[in-house]
Design a protein around this ligand. Sequence first.
Ligand SMILES: Nc1ncnc2c1ncn2[C@@H]1O[C@H](COP(=O)(O)OP(=O)(O)O)[C@@H](O)[C@H]1O
Ligand SMILES: [Mg+2]
Length: 393
Amino acid sequence: MSASVQNLKLESEDLLRIPGIILNELAKPFVGREEEAKVIVLALLTKEHAVLIGEPGTAKSALIRRAAQILSMKYFMYLLTKYTEPAELFGPLDINALKEGRYVRITSNKLPDAEIVFLDEIFKANSAILNTLLTIMNERVFYDGYTEIPVKLWSLFGASNEIPEDPELEALYDRFLLRHYVKPLTDDNWRALLRAAWSIEKHGYPEPSVRIDRTVLEKLHRMVFEVDLSPIESKLLKLFSILESKNIHLTDRRKGKALKVIAAHALLNGRLVAKEDDLIVLKFIAPHDLDDFEKVNIILSEELKTSYKFLRELDEILASIREVDGYVSSFPSISSRLVEYRLLEIYRDLESTKERVLAMRNETSDEKVHKKVDEVVNAIDEVMDKIRRKIGG
Ligand SMILES: Nc1ncnc2c1ncn2[C@@H]1O[C@H](COP(=O)(O)OP(=O)(O)O)[C@@H](O)[C@H]1O
Ligand SMILES: [Mg+2]
């Protein structure tokens, strides 16, 4: 009995490592595309759809293609135009059946046959294919007015240069639970980009060193629903109201599904319990318009005790400690009452800063934050030692 429990535990511990492995493998050949890779992995864990929006040449297609390579699942990709015919996506009509007056599509190797679908220029979808697409995405059923068959679609990925303006496409846009605005790399990444692009041009993309099949993905998907979400529920509701008050409206569909993505983010970080950090995924769920992406980011960074926020604060503290250190060193060693008084004052400030820094350690389990906390505490201790020596205590 206990042996089998242990096996089960081991197995789920191994499984817990897999989302992180997929994420690394996906982002590996690219420069600065970790967020994009994360969106794709979250879509896979939640069995949802994701769209990448951004200017051409930002590796959107390349990322989705690589995701498909990592998955041993049936893949279908197509570049949509305004004129794309249903047959191009869903398969041609069966001529023999047609002779007998029946409309049947030959869907093999077409979209209805695929588990992972990538539609480039997704918002070029015209009304001839739109409704069929919506039913496939929502109900996992292919229905073209004649034939109705269940499909094995896991996730559909879309890429586009822009957000759709046509209200007809709003329903399609809403089906993408995850949305991400892919921005061109900033100048600090250009050198790395040259190297990466050179290597890709020369050798092609490196083969993924892992392959994930549907069974594993299904197990991971089931684990998503085992994540304990109770620690974040109230905070999530609070964030919904804050977003709403700032005119960022989530449809009920998106509100309801947010929990899944939060749970998947916990899983991606090797946890079966959600915490505040996981609410950061709202940045992929809440935005609608292009400016929303930045707005939501700002709201979340104000509202969440995220690792990012801690690291930034710790960096600021460290910089000010270094200043204090320089200041303390500049004091003469023969001390007057006045100097002593000033040093004691600084000492007390350092003590309270140290307390605040140590408190941060308890508010997050992020190792990067913990390391930074240690670094800052060491720096504080050194200055405090220095002061003690000066005062001669
Ligand atoms: N961040 C990046 N890291 C490495 N290569 C990149 C990056 N961005 C673009 N590239 C290169 O540019 C190519 C074009 O990307 P592509 O996926 O076609 O862009 P998009 O689909 O966004 O138009 C990629 O195949 C890659 O060689
Ligand atoms: Mg492309």
